[in-house]
Design a protein around this ligand. Structure first.
Ligand code: PRP
Length: 173
């Protein structure tokens, strides 16, 4: 199966550069920006975004796994790998590949908010507004997309397609 191109490699590259420029401008003068990628999906976006930025930054990762039904009910989330560093007193930017229902980002914001960072903001490459049911704030958003199953650029279907250079859509199961 070959996914249909929804967002081309070139459009992603341009948008990532714009986001990196905007974030770099907003954090000018900050010397302890910590980018936190949410595994697995965010690994490619974080790699490209962080390399296009011009302010001092470090990276760390959280890994979550979800279980149970998604969508109408809050899916169960489990922290499978925590950060290496403390976020206390640091300027934290959470980097996600996709905000779907919003439960994952909501969980992460509660988790990290309790650890007293100096600031806590969010960046997601894509969001499906039609499915987002939790009121989470996305400070930097790449693209709004329709309610289709998307793969590529970190996003998977059953752990496949993550390394496609574009974001594609595949038919529902
Ligand atoms: C995906 C994605 C987000 C989350 C968004 O992760 O990476 O973290 O779903 O969905 P939500 O807004 O409905 O919570 P997934 O659980 O598929 O794990 P993965 O990143 O390891 O693929």
């Amino acid at each position: 199966m070959t996914p249909e191109i929804l967002i081309s490699e070139e459009r992603i590259r341009q948008r990532v550069a714009e986001l990196a420029a905007q974030i770099s401008a907003d954090y000018a003068g900050v010397d302890d920006l910590l980018l936190i990628g949410i595994l697995k999906g965010a690994f490619i976006f974080l790699a490209d975004l962080s390399r296009a930025m011009t302010v001092p930054r470090s990276v760390d990762f959280l890994a979550l796994s979800s279980y149970g039904k998604r969508g109408a009910f809050q899916s169960g989330l489990r922290l499978v790998m925590d950060l290496r560093e403390s976020v206390e007193g640091k300027h934290v930017l959470v980097v996600e590949d996709i905000v779907d229902s919003g439960h994952t980002l909501d969980y992460i914001l509660r988790l990290l908010g309790a650890r007293r960072p100096a600031s806590l903001k969010t960046c997601s490459l894509v969001q499906k507004p039609a499915r987002t049911m939790v009121d989470v704030s996305i400070d930097y958003l790449g693209f709004e997309i329709p309610d289709v199953w998307v793969v590529g650029y970190g996003l998977d279907f059953k752990d496949q397609f993550r390394t496609l250079p574009y974001i594609g859509s595949i038919p529902p199961e």
